[in-house]
Design a protein around this ligand. Structure first.
Ligand code: C2O
Ligand code: CU
Ligand code: CU
Length: 486
């Protein structure tokens, strides 16, 4: 517990604690107070037909409903989250981005394996205020199914724009989906609002550690209520859109199975008691309902701090709920038991690069202020000692080759490493070879003072794109590099 929270609790006695973890912060702050416990709702859904989905996304400031109250945020088409886009492998996703904000923006389709060139997933493109731009993403016919998302990527403003409400989910449908009673979309975000419902600015400390919002929402709602019958199997599609908050999710008393994370599916789902989603990660989960009430909770995860700074970079240091659990949603299971669902079809194993021929080995070192070997005057966020520069290419890769990257983190806090366009297979984690089925990720957490090895197959797409820390305050301050595949 941080000193600040300890003081607050000391001053308030047990009143705040008795309110439970979800209500704790609000007891202290008398600021924006969300209305919790509404009926679970989902973002609007748009689906492709005949191989195409055409969408207009207008990014604008406005009044939206958040946590059951009116808030003044950013949103796509006036909502937070933006619409969920359902597509299939082989589809064309065409998005007209309209910028009705006073600042530049652009669009990135996080995790999609599509071209980074031209009007594809090109983050070097800038859409100025009052302008619009037509993006076109062509998904290959063998695009892996799974949960993806979209968000702005204009350098220097990414954290701010996502924190204020610009994000939405993309689903690439399976060809062979498991039978389920229903599918639920869960876009998890965090935000800090003042008493008038306006998004709070990040302090210099927030930017250093990565801002964590005081309010953690599911589809813009505070602790919504879900219901199911015993034995029903649901599919939950979860994305962590938080700028810096890690989500260590538990659903005690229920049965969770992980179908996949980030990109693609595992050949068979594995049981999971807990899911750790770093910023940007997604989970594709089966929940088999067991009679009773259960809460979806985010339990404390220690992502480290910075040397010489007080308190952990967890929620406590940002004035949030400290190390207590955050209740995200409540599931009530009652009624007549449902017939047990058929087994989940087994899928062919995904590609495995553990035995591939490696054309190049690289090391990328992610450095933050306060890390080992950093001088006192060095206050920058870098990869291999350099801050992001859009006109410099840091890494040049030969197309159609497999590379092995060692991602090194000498700093005292975790950094979630993200590569655009090309998914990474985790090869070595915690000092040993990764066992079991291939783990394909597009955000890989590099623990404080740790390292992870990944392999990447630079097949099919060429062009310039980026890799960066998905603590978006770090990205905005320079922890990003340019890759060119040619
Ligand atoms: Cu979700 Cu470049 O990021
Ligand atoms: Cu991305
Ligand atoms: Cu970072």
């Amino acid at each position: 517990m941080s000193r600040r929270n300890a003081l607050l609790i000391g001053g308030l006695g047990t009143v705040g604690i008795a309110a439970g973890s979800a209500g704790l912060w609000w007891t202290f702050s008398s600021r924006f107070s969300p209305v919790a416990g509404g009926e679970f709702t989902e973002p609007d859904e748009l689906r492709s037909s005949s191989g195409r989905l055409q969408v207009r996304l207008e990014a604008s400031p406005g009044l939206v409903e958040l946590g059951g109250q009116r808030a003044s945020t950013l949103g796509y088409n006036g909502r937070v989250p933006g619409p969920t886009l359902h597509v299939r492998a082989g589809d064309v996703l065409a998005i007209e981005l309209v910028n009705s904000m006073a600042v530049p923006t652009n669009l990135h389709v996080h995790g999609l394996h599509v071209s980074p060139q031209g009007n594809g997933d090109n983050v070097f493109n800038v859409v100025e205020p009052g302008q619009s731009f037509s993006y076109e993403y062509r998904l290959p016919v063998d695009h892996p199914p799974g949960v993806y998302w979209y968000h702005p990527h204009h350098h220097g403003m990414v954290a701010e724009q996502i924190f204020a409400g610009l994000f939405g989910m993309i689903i690439v449908e399976d060809t062979d989906p498991p039978a389920t009673s229903r599918e639920r979309i869960m876009v998890i975000s965090d935000i800090t609002l003042d008493g008038s419902g306006t998004v709070s600015d990040a302090s210099p400390m927030d930017r250093m550690l990565g801002r964590e919002g005081e309010l953690v929402l599911v589809n813009g709602q505070s602790n919504p209520k879900l219901s199911a019958r015993p034995g029903e199997r649901e599919r939950w599609r979860i994305v962590n859109t938080c700028v810096a908050r890690y989500l260590r999710l538990r659903l005690d008393g229920q049965q969770m199975q992980l179908l996949g994370m980030d990109s693609g599916r595992y050949p068979t789902p594995g049981n999971a008691d807990e899911l750790l989603l770093a910023p940007g990660n997604r989970a594709d989960v089966l929940v088999t309902a067991v009679a009773g009430d259960a809460t979806l909770r985010a339990v404390y995860y220690n992502r480290g701090s910075m040397a010489g700074m007080m308190g952990p970079a967890g929620p406590a240091s940002n004035g949030g709920q400290g190390t207590g659990d955050i209740v995200l949603a409540t599931l009530s299971v009652s009624g007549a038991p449902a017939a047990s669902p058929p087994p989940v079809p087994t899928l062919p194993a995904p590609a495995d690069l553990r035995t591939a021929v490696v054309a190049a080995h690289r090391q990328l070192t992610l450095a933050a202020p306060g890390g080992m070997g950093m001088g006192m005057g060095m206050m920058s966020f870098t990869i291999n000692g350099r801050e992001f520069n859009a006109s410099r290419t840091d890494t040049t890769v030969a197309a159609q080759t497999v590379e092995e990257w060692t991602l090194v983190n000498p700093s005292p806090m975790d950094h979630p490493f993200h590569l655009h366009v090309w998914p990474m297979q985790v090869i070595e984690d915690r000092g040993g070879q990764t066992p079991g089925p291939p783990l394909w990720r597009d955000v890989v957490n590099i623990p404080a003072n740790g390292q992870v090895k990944v392999r990447i197959n630079f097949k099919d797409f060429t062009g310039r794109s980026v890799y960066h820390c998905h603590i978006l305050d770090h990205e905005d301050q320079g922890m990003m590099g340019v890759i060119e595949v040619r």
